[in-house]
Ligand binder design. Structure first.
Ligand SMILES: Nc1ncnc2c1ncn2[C@@H]1O[C@H](COP(=O)(O)OP(=O)(O)OP(=O)(O)O)[C@@H](O)[C@H]1O
Ligand SMILES: [Mg+2]
Length: 266
């Protein structure tokens, strides 16, 4: 039976810097309510993992955080998403601006069919940056941050599609970083990758968190335990428990969490 039914709020707003928070966030697809009011706070420069069985609402929640659900026709998102004292779920807020601050990396690597260099410079040039020295500098810095530089520095004109899946995913991370976000959302970024590529991405994430706040959805509980500082467990569209990762995996407060992390379902 449930030891306790509510989740503990481990972050004290006065003590920690909160990069992003949601307040009673609900998502409907037509008549179907997929997310039933989720309130969570994300601490700056930490990695938070969202875990839960298939269909529990992790991607729905993550996609709401940078207004990607705006692109899903039937999705209706209500509640607040607070970022820098602004409710970015409000209709007046420019979604492109939101996505510049809150970047996203998807499950399948999706580089543009362009050169490695252009994958990074494309959006910047579209935004009016044409200083080639500056652009080269950004290419180098972001590829280093994504732990890809050493492997591609002599081949920047090569097609991104010629890279391995893991390299493509790191390029997508570099591409997201080029827009200088301060939050990075990752939806199962390693699920299509082999163990070595996965380890490379996890390594890159540890370095990235010095400068970015990362929110990652993962099906892989070992991965959540390895990379994240905090873990939020979702079940059937609800946030069941949120806590420091090591507590979620060793001493969860809610029976359902314990059942899930010990592999009893999902
Ligand atoms: N575009 C959509 N239209 C209608 N229903 C959707 C849509 N996207 C998700 N859903 C539904 O919302 C619920 C939550 O789905 P979501 O994709 O957020 O789960 P998830 O936890 O990310 O699952 P998975 O681990 O399989 O990726 C599911 O019941 C799903 O069928
Ligand atoms: Mg998903």
């Amino acid at each position: 039976m449930a030891k306790r039914t509510t989740f503990t709020r481990v972050l004290d707003e006065n003590k920690y810097e909160i990069a992003l928070s949601t307040n009673n966030l609900r998502v409907n697809y037509g008549d179907y309510e997929a997310l039933h009011g989720v309130s969570l706070q994300f601490e700056r420069y930490k990695i938070t993992a969202l875990i839960g069985a298939s269909g529990s609402g992790k991607s729905t929640y993550l996609r709401s955080l940078n207004r990607m659900n705006d692109t899903v026709g039937s999705a209706q998102v209500s509640g607040q998403i607070m970022y820098r004292n602004l409710d970015i779920n409000s209709a007046q807020v420019d979604v492109y601006e939101v996505r510049r601050h809150i970047g996203m990396v998807f499950q399948r690597p999706n580089p543009f069919s362009k050169s490695i260099r252009e994958n990074i410079t494309f959006a910047l040039q579209r935004r009016g940056l044409h200083d080639s020295k500056k652009l080269e500098q950004i290419v180098e810095t972001t590829l280093k941050q994504a732990s890809l530089w050493e492997q591609v520095k002599d081949d920047l004109n090569k097609s991104a599609l010629a890279l391995s899946g893991g390299q493509q995913q790191r390029l997508c991370i570099a591409r997201a970083l080029a827009l200088e976000p301060d939050i990075l959302l990752m939806d199962e970024p390693t699920s299509a990758l082999d163990p070595i590529s996965t380890a490379n991405i996890e390594q890159a994430m540890q370095e990235l968190k010095q400068h970015y706040t990362i929110i990652i959805v993962t099906h892989n509980m070992q991965q959540a335990a390895r990379v994240s500082d905090y873990t939020a467990f979702f079940h059937q569209g609800k946030l069941i428990e949120y806590d420091q990762t090591r507590r979620i995996f060793t001493r969860p407060q809610v029976q359902l969490t314990e059942d899930y992390v010990s592999g009893h379902f999902g």
